[in-house]
Design a protein around this ligand. Sequence first.
Ligand code: HEC
Length: 124
Amino acid sequence: MEAAVAKSLTGSPGDPAAGRKAFADKKLGNCLACHANQDMSEQLFHGEVGPPLDGVGSRYEPAQLRAILVNSKAVFGPDTVMPGFYSLEVGKNVAKTFVGKTILTADQVESIVAYLSTLKQPAN
Ligand code: HEC
């Protein structure tokens, strides 16, 4: 994958604990609606629309994770169902309240990048 956003959007590292919360929060990332994540086995519902994110921190560099979160359309193409979380190109099936706004703040994006980076593939 070539897309990368190297620089932190806030200029400082995100907080993985806050990112973990935003990942599961239906009003924020709502990532679990589409992505299974074994690190969140306490949550009952895990979606299957997107790939499971177990070990995603070993598959992608933070700069790549940031690019995916900021604007999934630029990475996966305009038809991806994944919303662009820090872009005005939020997507087609996104609540009207987000039109003309980004879904997440820069701070929330950085926290989720930091959290995803902790999801390492177990060495076996
Ligand atoms: C509406 C469903 C949906 C939501 C919500 C969603 N995604 Fe995705 N995501 C996808 C799909 C589908 C893909 C696979 C790319 C494609 O084919 O479009 C994907 C791909 C990814 C990938 C690349 C995974 C890999 O192994 O290649 C990452 C990382 C990711 N999403 C993170 C997130 C995070 C973090 C959130 C929450 C902030 C999120 N996604 C919210 C649907 C979603």
